[in-house]
Each structure stands twice: as structure tokens, then as C-alpha cells.
Ligand binder design. Sequence first.
Ligand SMILES: [Fe+2]
Length: 180
Amino acid sequence: MTELDQISDLEILVADFRRASVADDATSAVRILMEDVVSDPQSIHDIVPESFPNDMLLYEDESISIWHCRFVPGQTTPPHDHQVTAIIGIYQGTECNDLYEMYSGISLRKTDEIILSAGGVLEMSPSTIHAVSCVSIEPCCGIHVYLGRLTVVERSIFDLDNGCVLPYTEEDYYRIMNAD
Ligand SMILES: [Fe+2]
């Protein structure tokens, strides 16, 4: 499959998610579509160009942000929220989602752990706080869908080492992640 064919198939996938994002029950519609999409992991693997960076924004408008995300083995994101509904589907590798809740205003307490492998889907509410680790020997790859324009949403990132909450910025996200 040429990269042009891959991009063309990704555009079809993006159009499908865009339609789902404006359905009456957008969360259910996107989740059902995501479950269908990752039920055949190889078909997604085949249409993602290897040249993509680890975080690749495929499409965004007021209703939806669609990303292709790749986490390399051993990589762990800092805990963060999204402030919009998030639906994550995995087609390669395995990731561990540590879920947290905030207490005393600024401190985080881990409440759960969810392992997702190829074919797995995780739905998170706008207030969910999670950190993601790639726990497989191969990169963990997935399609991440957010029901809003994620790049402009005001949300939070948590610096566990320094015990502080920061307004989310890409700069702090990658700085904290790469410090691990
Ligand atoms: Fe996230």
C-alpha cells in the first residue's frame, strides 16, 4: 500500500469519526465505531504511514479531535485530564492506564489500573485523570478521539515528582515525560 493510499484510507476513517461525533449520542456512536475499527488491528496498522511522528493530529474541529498516538516501550506520560470525553482504541502493543482522583485540592491518589491491548477500547469522562505507560516490548499504537477541540481546551497536567498541578502545555507534557 502506498503512502497515498494510506492517507486516502485514513481520510475515510476520519470522515466516519466526524459523522459519529455529531450523532445524537456522540459518545456511544464514537465508541461503537472505535470498537469496530480496532476489532481488526491489522487493517489499521496497514493504513498508518510509518513516517508519522509519535503524536499525529489527523483532524480537529469544534466537535472532535482525532489523533494517531504511538508510545514507545517504557514511556510513561504524566497524569493529565482532557476536559472533554475521550475514547481510545489500541491496535498494537499494550498500554497500562493508571487512573487517579484528586484529593485535598492538589494531591493525586491512584484509584485503578486498566490494561489495554490490541482491540481494546477505553472511554474516559471529561474529568478522568490518567497516565499512560507502554508496557509491551513493541510500541503501543492507537487512535485517540476527543469530543471537542482538544488543542484549545484548558486542562491540567500533574507533576508527581514536584507535587504540583500545571495548566496543560505540550512543553510541560513532554518535559515531564522525558524526565522519567
Ligand atoms: Fe490522555
